[in-house]
Design a protein around this ligand. Structure first.
Ligand code: PGA
Length: 250
């Protein structure tokens, strides 16, 4: 079974609306005829309207959401609010959310269920810290994050989602993971999905590598059997580098 490659930029807390608009105007038309892969951008909430408005080919996602539908949750953004704008994907459990904002795997599971109910595809991030990597705990950390974050989902739902393996020591550091390490961790993610759900879900789920991916190294990751795409921070901020990534993948 062949899985469609899926590449997403993650702008994090960068890009004003005018930057988002300029990026979309340059990158979106560039994707004409790139139907063999899915390319998208996860943008700050305030950019989402502009992004959806200018996107014909790019898929647009949010970087987070609330697990609650509505109510007294000051400053949170609900899934119905994202649906109203036309958002189709949403990152959950990014390590920056887990580290700085105490986002738990249990909350990720709630968010994933609510996103599926609204027809939005979750991009679930998992990954170990440098200390955990050095201590040989990568397998244990990944299995636990997956077990807790996918809790309550059906095999059919997991088959449709995206899981991003992002070693925390490789994010924003320029220290990208060796493709061999990235492959073995993505393989472990797939194997864990098989153990928790079904072989069919494991076969279908798309797994991204994330952590200092750039035009110069994306091909090495895409050549790995269990890597179906990438989640890209820094190199997604400039139209030129994102276009170079598109060229490398399509
Ligand atoms: P990076 O970020 O590409 O800048 O390392 C990746 C991410 O955090 O998703």
């Amino acid at each position: 079974m062949s899985r469609t490659p899926v590449i997403f930029g993650n702008w994090k807390m960068n890009m004003l609306q005018k930057d988002a608009e300029a990026f979309l105007q340059e990158v979106d038309p560039y994707l004409t005829g790139s139907e063999n892969a899915v390319f998208g951008i996860c943008a700050p909430y305030t950019d989402l309207g502009v992004c959806v408005q200018h996107a014909r080919h790019l898929q647009i996602g949010a970087e987070n959401c609330s697990q609650y539908d509505h109510g007294a949750y000051t400053a949170e953004i609900s899934i119905p609010m994202l649906t109203e704008i036309g958002v189709k994907y949403c990152i959950i459990g990014h390590s920056e959310r887990r580290t700085y904002y105490s986002e738990t795997s249990a909350a990720c599971a709630e968010k994933a269920k609510a996103l599926f109910a609204a027809g939005i595809v979750p991009i679930l991030c998992v990954g170990e810290t440098e200390a955990q990597y050095d201590a040989g705990q990568t397998q244990t950390v990944l299995k636990q994050e997956l077990q807790e974050s996918l809790q309550g989902l059906t095999a059919e739902q997991v088959a449709q989602m995206i899981i991003a393996y992002e070693p925390i020591w490789a994010i924003g550091t320029g220290k990208s993971a060796d493709p061999g390490i990235a492959q073995s961790c993505c393989q472990l993610v797939r194997q864990t999905v098989q153990e928790l759900f079904t072989p069919a879900a494991a076969e279908a789920v798309r797994i991204q590598y994330g952590g200092s991916v750039k035009p110069a190294n994306i091909k090495e990751y895409m050549a790995c059997a269990d890597i179906d795409g990438a989640l890209i921070g820094g190199a997604s901020l400039k139209a030129d580098s994102f276009k170079a990534i598109i060229d490398a993948v399509r």
